[in-house]
Design a protein around this ligand. Structure first.
Ligand code: PLP
Length: 315
């Protein structure tokens, strides 16, 4: 733990929690504290009703990646849910930098959250709730393990239908994850390592914390309907534009996914990650395909490009 983090309140009693929580720094109710001590009230509607929005950015080798895009999406989500952040955008940005700097992590997973909060009278009227802002930085994590990144993930298509975009707008990043979690259990039961769930029309939607792309005849496609427009997904479009590869957002059926030349998934948690098996069928002969490899290389190179990344400010 860094000296700065050791100076935070309560750190000295942290020896039990440290075994259960990754090391990190949170900002909550106006103060920085070890992530193990950042605790939300059971009366917060973020907990009781999943009435919250969030965004996850990342820092790689000391640099935030496309932080402005994450802040744009977070701000849009907060406004659409009719919440009010108690901090300006510049202040939130500073808090995120501080969490990373205090944590001492060179590569971090950085989450910003706004919950509905609670009202002093426990009113059920959401307009009376005092919204709560929380942020934290913990070590960088990935959807895929090192081995899975090298040999490609084995994905299973779950019969679970993604929550309808007519009920919960998927472009507002949210914690309505029961469909995704049950999809994961379906996938594990079927021998897969992670899941893809379907949209209401039976097409592929997305997975627990990631979007999906297929490559067919040199062109890329990712589902358009009922998905979170991921920042990593957007990065793939930007990379394709740079090198003149055709890419579009449009329906992808399970049959098209299985017949694809290449498949990969995208998430802030891991970047661009190859898929080499869908259910029982190998993709690209069970090897990571050339376009996927090129996308992965370009994506990580951009982490040093000042147009795509910025250094973490020291406290
Ligand atoms: N889809 C869902 C449901 C997600 O929760 C996430 C990220 O957490 C993504 C897609 C990928 O989005 P991003 O690339 O912005 O991390």
């Amino acid at each position: 733990m860094t000296d700065a983090a050791n100076a935070l309140p309560g750190t000295e009693q942290n020896h039990i929690d440290r075994r259960r929580y990754p090391h990190g720094i949170a900002f909550m109710d106006g103060q920085y504290l070890p992530v193990s001590q950042a605790k939300v009230s059971v009366l917060d509607y973020g907990f009781l009703h999943s009435d919250a929005t969030y965004d996850t950015a990342h820092v790689w080798e000391g640099r935030f990646f496309r932080l402005n895009l994450h802040l744009d999406r977070f701000w849009r989500s907060v406004e659409r849910l009719r919440m009010k952040l108690p901090y300006s955008r510049d202040e939130v940005e500073e808090i995120l930098h501080n969490c990373v700097a205090l944590s001492g992590h060179k590569s971090a997973y950085v989450e910003m959250i706004c919950t509905r909060g609670s009202s002093p009278t426990f009113s059920r009227d959401p307009r009376q709730a005092e919204n709560r802002f929380i942020a934290f930085a913990v070590p960088f994590g990935s959807v895929a393990s090192k081995e899975q990144l090298e040999r490609g993930l084995h994905v299973s298509i779950s019969g679970t239908i993604r929550i309808s975009p007519k009920s919960v707008d998927p472009s507002i990043k949210n914690y309505h994850w029961l469909d995704l979690v049950m999809g994961l259990f379906d996938a594990y039961d079927a021998g897969g390592e992670t899941a893809l769930v379907l949209d209401a029309n039976g097409n592929i939607a997305e997975g627990p914390g990631f979007n999906v792309f297929i490559v067919r005849d040199g062109a890329l496609r990712t589902p358009a309907f009922g998905v979170l427009p991921g920042i990593t997904r957007r990065s793939v479009f930007d990379l394709c534009a740079e090198i003149g590869l055709p890419a579009k957002a449009a329906d992808v059926s399970p049959a098209e996914l299985r017949a694809a030349d290449e498949v990969f998934i995208t998430s802030t948690a891991g970047g661009i990650m190859p898929v080499t098996r869908v259910d029982a069928a190998p993709i690209a002969g069970g090897c990571v395909g050339p376009i996927t490899r090129r996308m992965i290389d370009m994506y990580w190179q951009k982490h040093r490009d000042p147009a795509w990344s910025m250094p973490v400010a020291h406290v």
